[in-house]
Design a binder for this molecule. Structure first.
Ligand SMILES: Cc1ncc(COP(=O)(O)O)c(C=O)c1O
Length: 326
């Protein structure tokens, strides 16, 4: 079919570049993982207890057995399991802050048996020959999408059906307040759970290719540095790398679930919305105490590109006031 000329305009987006042009595009990171595990003929996947339920669900959906491992206080593996034939190990680049551990410890040890989940680390580049997943909507305004870098060989990619995107929640947030469009956002998220493995939609790809990534990175770095100055002394988690990193969030770990709960409530009353990573871990009786503590007491504070020094100052002042700091 020839390209259409004339007619009405599409939503107009600037032409930029694709962040990972050699990666395969999917409708979500979990679809990318399903395709990867099937392509590898994996039999068992080693996963952390501290992870979103979507990941073990994706492995189970393609008939792959799941084993679990525990983390230490640096969010690194307590022990490196030996892998048998057909076994792979997935590590989450937590909050985008674990690049160095992956490069220095995991990649040399596990090589092509390692799967890096960069869903929380959009700007961490894939290492050569290491299979790597991305979920860009955790960082930028797209409704869906996933990438798989260093995919298995084969024709499977061209056989993926295309997907289409529901932009209603994102467009709604442009028109008005987020609270009004939160149900639409939840609807899109639930639909992704049921969606079959498919290629990234054209609209998601176009939006991703239009973004000003250097500016996004610069804003995240500045916001992270500001929160780090304000809150590091009060933070029970000490994992920020020496090199500035355009992370997902500033992770503030408090001492008790009730402290975390009341701070979350206080921030919510000031319309500062803090997610929980991950509710399902709190109620998992198999999860070790530390992982359940993390899930209950970790507040991932926003540092994203929508915010500047004024927002970050308001956030830091609320947190400090709650914790009775000057
Ligand atoms: C660490 C991690 N990996 C993978 C996923 C799945 O990503 P997606 O929602 O794009 O399938 C999630 C959550 O959704 C996640 O938190």
């Amino acid at each position: 079919m020839p390209d259409a000329i004339g007619g009405y305009f599409e939503l107009e987006l600037r032409k930029g570049y694709c962040l990972y042009p050699h990666a395969s595009g999917f409708n979500s990171a979990r679809s990318a993982l399903k395709a990867l595990l099937s392509g590898l003929g994996a039999q068992r996947l080693h996963l952390p207890y501290f992870i979103c339920h979507a990941v073990p669900d994706a492995a189970n959906a393609v008939g792959v057995d799941v084993a679990r491992y525990a983390l230490d206080s640096n969010l690194q593996l307590k022990q490196l399991p030996d892998l048998q034939a057909g076994e792979y190990l997935l590590y989450v680049n937590y909050l985008g802050l674990k690049d160095r551990y992956i490069v220095e410890a995991l990649a040399p040890h596990y090589g092509d048996r390692l799967i890096i989940d960069n869903s929380q680390a959009l700007f961490s580049k894939p290492l050569a020959n290491i299979k790597t997943l991305y979920s860009p909507r955790k960082f930028v305004g797209v409704p869906d999408g996933g990438w798989l870098a260093n995919p298995p060989e084969g024709e499977w990619q061209s056989l993926l059906p295309p997907s289409t995107s529901d932009l209603s929640a994102l467009l709604g947030r442009l028109e008005g307040e987020p609270e009004a469009h939160y149900p639409a956002f939840q609807h899109v998220e639930s639909a992704l759970e049921l969606a079959p493995v498919a290629a990234m939609s054209n609209s998601t790809q176009r939006v991703l290719d239009s973004l000003d990534y250097p500016w996004i990175i610069a804003r995240r770095l500045a916001n992270m540095a500001a929160l780090s100055r304000a809150l590091d002394a009060r933070n029970a988690l000490d994992i920020l790398p020496d090199t500035p990193t355009p992370a997902l969030c500033y992770p503030l770990l408090l001492d008790t679930p009730s402290q975390a709960h009341s701070l979350r409530k206080r921030l919510q009353n000031d319309r500062i919305f803090i997610p929980c990573y991950w509710q399902e871990v709190i109620s998992d009786p198999q999860a070790p105490d530390f992982e359940r503590h993390l899930a209950s007491c970790l507040l991932p504070l926003p540092i994203d590109q929508r915010y500047d020094a004024t927002h970050i100052d308001r956030l830091a002042r609320q947190v400090n006031a709650h914790l009775n700091l000057p």
